[in-house]
Design a protein around this ligand. Structure first.
Ligand code: URA
Length: 214
């Protein structure tokens, strides 16, 4: 597994405002959206393309188009939804599958509660959207889910990652014969005793969508 931290002043600028506790939900949603588009540019460096012959108004030449099967974008519900538009802006012809994963706040273990994905993902490049790579349990389970269905190239886009989460991902996916890359705006210091990333930005889902009880 490869972790790539995108170093760019605009990424750092937007992330700083996202982190601030005083940033309201509408601003948080807009900045998360913009930040994902910047991260997506880096994350799609290895998107598969095929050569095509074209005619410009001046001459015949060759170029590339996105290959088939189309890339699959997989937001992890609920917070990953806040990253979907920013990703699709860059990959408008990608398909979208949904994966609902929830973390038990006591055990910190992840389980699947909803899924809308093709049964067969053979030969598919998947872009998983999950804002916070904290303990790594959710992302590891999501990646395993996709590779079990045949996905052969995985890129996860996370706004923030914790070293503990990256280490767990590395450990749990060590046997996987599929390249996995995590692209992020920052590697933070650590997790606190509640499983939150420090300094982090708080609960990404709550900051995007408010606190849902029930
Ligand atoms: N999930 C979040 O939304 N924030 C964290 O800091 C950790 C997990």
């Amino acid at each position: 597994m490869r972790t790539e931290v995108v170093h760019h002043p605009l990424v750092a600028h937007k992330l700083t405002t996202l982190r601030e506790a005083s940033t309201d939900s509408p601003t948080f949603r807009r900045l998360a959206d913009e930040l994902v588009t910047l991260l997506a540019y880096e994350a799609t460096r290895e998107v598969r393309v095929t050569d095509v012959d074209i005619e410009t108004p001046v001459a015949a030449t060759t170029g590339v188009r996105l290959a088939t099967p189309k890339p699959l974008v997989v937001p992890i519900l609920r917070a990953g939804l806040g990253m979907l538009d920013g990703m699709m802006r860059l990959l408008p012809t990608a398909e979208v599958g949904f994966l609902g994963m929830i973390r038990n706040e006591e055990t910190l273990e992840a389980s699947t509660y909803a899924e809308r994905l093709p049964e067969d993902l053979s030969g598919r490049q998947c872009y998983v959207l999950d804002p916070m790579l904290a303990t790594g349990g959710t992302l590891a389970a999501a990646i395993r889910f996709l590779t079990d269905r045949g996905a052969d190239h995985i890129t996860a886009i996370c706004l923030l990652v914790a070293p503990e989460g990256c280490e767990r991902l590395e450990r749990e996916l060590a046997d996987l014969d599929v390249p996995v890359t995590v692209v992020t705006a920052a590697m933070d210091e650590r997790l606190n005793e509640l499983g939150y990333i420090v300094p982090g930005l708080g609960d990404a889902g709550d900051r995007l969508y408010g606190v849902a009880h029930g």
